[in-house]
Design a protein around this ligand. Structure first.
Ligand SMILES: Nc1nc2c(ncn2[C@@H]2O[C@H](COP(=O)(O)OP(=O)(O)OP(=O)(O)O)[C@@H](O)[C@H]2O)c(=O)[nH]1
Ligand SMILES: [Mg+2]
Length: 190
């Protein structure tokens, strides 16, 4: 995919602020700090377009990015960060679930799972929502640069056991590994 333009459009804290048009959307979902914003920047080769941080749980809204004037990336808030107030955690569930249930132009869920750890309870909860809503989905195993090839294979198998029949792509935002494969999945969905 040739990226001609990529721009941040808006941050939405409520449904009435979601972008109001019917261009296709690709959603990036996963726990806090898993690498959602880094993946978006790496795919778009725009450093700093999606804000990354070492302070997990910072993104509490759905961020919309318009690509080539033709489709959106949506960066969803991360879940599972213990220091986020309980009320915020409930809100995460509501926001993500509502988005998965009601967003008709959502064409592909990119579900990020940290390759260094087995899927968490919340990763599996998210998986259930994605399957329940029958959304197309690809799993991206992030931070693969931190593992040896053997460890990475083991990690992919672990994911496969808990989430069978999903395509799993090993990714590294720092090395660009998996970039073409993820773009292939995105292009196939829009
Ligand atoms: N080594 C390595 N570090 C990564 C990779 N992807 C992300 N990181 C680091 O992981 C941390 C979190 O990355 P973010 O992209 O901000 O994670 P996020 O999922 O957007 O986090 P929230 O917005 O808090 O939900 C940052 O310090 C990144 O530099 C990767 O592929 N390899
Ligand atoms: Mg983020």
């Amino acid at each position: 995919m040739k990226i001609v333009s990529a721009e941040f459009v808006k941050s939405a804290f409520e449904k009435r602020h979601w972008v109001d048009d019917d261009r296709p959307e690709i959603a990036f979902l996963g726990r806090s700090n898993v690498g959602k914003s880094s993946l978006i920047n790496s795919l778009l080769m725009r450093r700093g377009l999606a804000r990354t941080s070492n302070t997990p749980g910072r993104t509490q809204s759905i961020n919309f990015f318009l690509i080539n004037d033709s489709f959106y990336f949506t960066d969803l808030p991360g879940y599972g960060f213990a220091k986020v107030a309980k009320s915020m955690r409930v809100e995460w569930g509501d926001m993500a679930r509502q988005y998965l249930e009601e967003r008709e132009q959502l064409r592909l869920c990119v579900q990020l799972i940290d390759s260094r750890h087995p899927p968490t309870r919340l990763d599996l909860q998210l998986n259930e929502w994605i399957e329940h809503n029958q959304k197309a989905r690809v799993i991206v195993a992030t931070k693969s640069d931190k593992l040896s090839n053997n460890e990475l294979e083991r990690s992919k198998k672990q994911i496969e056991i808990l989430i069978p029949n999903a395509r799993i792509i090993a990714y590294s935002a720092t090395m660009g590994r998996g970039r073409d494969e993820v773009w292939g999945a995105i292009a196939g969905s829009i």
